[in-house]
Design a protein around this ligand. Sequence first.
Ligand code: FE2
Ligand code: FE2
Length: 354
Amino acid sequence: MTEIDPQLLRELDADRPGTAPGLLSNAEKDRHIERAFLGLYRWYLSRSQKTRNWNPDTSFDWRALRTNHSDRLNNLVEGFFAVEQYVPDYVTALLRVIRRSHGRSHFHIRWGAEEEKHSDLWHNALLFLRFRTPQWIEDFKQTLRARSWELPWDNPMHMIFYTVIQERATQVNYLNTALIAAGKSLLAHYRNDADPVLDEATRTIAVDEAAHYNFFLEGARLYLYYYPAQALEALADVIKYFSMPAARLIPNYANFSEIVAADSVYGPRQHLRDVLDVALENLSVHGRRALAQGIRLTRRVPHPDGSTHDTAIFDVLDCAAVREKVLRLYGRIAEFEKSVGFDLVDPVPLAPPM
Ligand SMILES: [Fe+2]
Ligand SMILES: [Fe+2]
């Protein structure tokens, strides 16, 4: 799907003047990325175990869940349930692509264990809402699982940007649903949908989604730091073709997506403003339009032998901000690893190369 000559992108990364990562060989860049992912995974695992160790069956008072919600809210829960039925595919499909990376693949297994709890949480919610019978839910589950989800991109760099956008979008979906469950929706048809159990459940998984988003964000920054031209192109590509996972697999997805869009849970406006704009800002990219423009200019540039390349693509990236955030990540990793003693046997570089 990449529209720019990949060779040109590789050359832009290699020839980029005045920057240290550009002076490293690809093997060295990959070693730095791999070591940082391992440290990031270790840090993430310790935090995840300490702060988000909830249980989808026992952490919520399911018996107290209301059983007289509006059909629209019931449909939202049913849609979230459906999307989370593909967790086995979300885990295995990408795991095959990143299995050689210790940090990234082990994180992915941990991430899958957390997503599996989301699947069970929505299953429980759907059962206790009494909107559908257990048999109906079982049949629906089997229909969903008869199909399998496939990767939208089959390379690690595109997928890190896909997961950044997807996790943020999922978080926005859940936070806006939590507002309904908290009785704060301004829409008349949700006026009687306040439900403390659903509110707590939805906010609990939204916190997980924020943690996932942050992991992928840190990983994406590593690619932007070490391979900026290729990473920006991957990001632009992902934004251009993005769709939520499983949208094409779920039989009644159109109904679900109509409700989330019409009720401002997750429509085009939320996608642009609350997902893309936020993610691009966090990635230190100067906005959607600038990104598209930078990519377009890069595409126009020929690369005759010996001449300098037009590096318009870099104008869209705040390289100093990326570097600062990557440095902060290295500091966080070093601090955590020191608490275990890794600094004695296999220290992470204190800073990425200057
Ligand atoms: Fe999830
Ligand atoms: Fe997630």
